[in-house]
Design a protein around this ligand. Structure first.
Ligand code: FAQ
Length: 313
């Protein structure tokens, strides 16, 4: 008699042995759904994340700054596209994911619902938002789902460049005139707390972490990554001679980590629910771009059809 291996057992074994799960492998339905949720939210974050910085491309202070910012924003579009492709391998269509974003059903990172008020915000976003993204995403290069892990390798390389360009803007401002230094401090004041929220709710209020860690989708919990980020960022702020806006921030010798103040979770959930300072504006901008791109999609489809027809002749 032929022995049929138990697919769940094979899946568990692969995950335990650090082998990647690939699109054609059997996988438990909740694993597939969690991945679709996380990867599509991640893709949407990259796409919506183009908007706050896109706002400053025409107002960059020099040609060099404009070229660098333009390249960074284009990278974010590329990240969104790799991630939509990775999610598609799980059986969800791009049209569906985009429809869910535009209807407000799908989530994207809370951080992109805050406004960019000055050029210093381009520095703060690169330094802090990309810095937080790297902290969260480097472990995702080892995530258990193959297409997601491979997409993250390239994305992380580009995120490192983004973080450095942001820190370099902050260095220039922090070492510039008094007004420039004040702009840098103001940007840090406004972005610090929303950046800490990017890592998601604290562990005891994070419903998805336990299973995601069991499946090795997530390698660290939200609080672990938040702490690593704070520990890495405090010396960077000290080097800039800028003050992190948290009176409770102090080194804890016994823990070997920085202690930090309480996060305003009420604000976080309001932003996640759609009531942040820019949620409406962001969604409207995406809906408008999609509608205005209709003719491009139509033209691309017509061209693809013509090519298939010419092969068939
Ligand atoms: N904003 O149970 P958990 C970037 C939701 S990319 C909004 O802890 P999980 C690059 C969460 O979805 C930034 N919602 O969830 C860039 C869940 O709701 P659901 C994006 C949030 O998945 C830089 C509920 O709360 N990065 O920055 C947020 O285990 C500069 C309960 O939460 C990624 O997406 C939030 N901050 O952990 C681009 C990385 N946090 O779905 C442009 C991949 C949580 O059950 C410029 N994602 N929620 O309805 C992850 O690592 C995880 O999904 C977490 C959340 C850590 C974000």
């Amino acid at each position: 008699m032929m022995h049929t291996p138990d697919p769940q057992l094979q899946f568990d074994l692969k995950v335990a042995e650090e082998q990647r799960i690939e699109p054609k492998d059997w996988m438990p339905e909740p694993y597939r759904r969690t991945l679709i949720r996380q990867i599509s939210q991640h893709a949407h974050s990259e796409i919506v994340g183009m908007l706050p910085e896109g706002n400053w491309i025409t107002r960059a202070p020099s040609l060099r700054r404009k070229a660098v910012l333009l390249a960074k924003v284009q990278d974010e579009a590329g990240h969104g596209l790799y991630l939509y492709s990775a999610a598609e391998t799980l059986g969800v269509s791009r049209e569906q994911m985009i429809a869910d974003l535009h209807s407000g059903k799908a989530k994207y990172s809370s951080i992109f619902n805050y406004p960019t008020l000055s050029w210093a915000d381009m520095g703060a976003i690169g330094w802090l938002v990309d810095g937080a993204a790297i902290m969260n995403q480097v472990p995702l290069c080892r995530t258990s789902y193959g297409p997601y892990a491979r997409a993250m390798v390239r994305i992380c390389k580009e995120e490192s460049f983004h973080q450095r360009q942001g820190y370099e803007i902050m260095m220039t401002l922090a070492k510039g005139s008094q007004e420039q230094k004040a702009m840098a401090q103001d940007a840090l004041n406004r972005w610090w707390w929303p950046v800490l929220m990017m890592f998601g709710p604290k562990d005891d209020e994070s419903p998805n972490t336990a299973l995601s860690m069991q499946w090795k989708i997530k390698r660290f919990s939200n609080d672990e990554l938040r702490q690593k980020f704070v520990d890495a960022t405090v010396p960077q702020a000290e080097y800039l001679d800028l003050t992190i806006p948290d009176p409770d921030l102090k080194w804890n010798e016994a823990r070997g980590h920085y202690d930090f103040g309480a996060i305003n979770w009420e604000e976080f959930w309001e932003v996640v629910k759609g009531n942040g300072p820019c949620n409406r504006q962001r969604l409207e901008a995406r809906q408008k771009a999609h509608a205005e791109g209709e003719w491009v999609r139509e033209a691309a489809m017509a061209y693809a059809k013509k090519r298939v027809m010419s092969y068939e002749l």
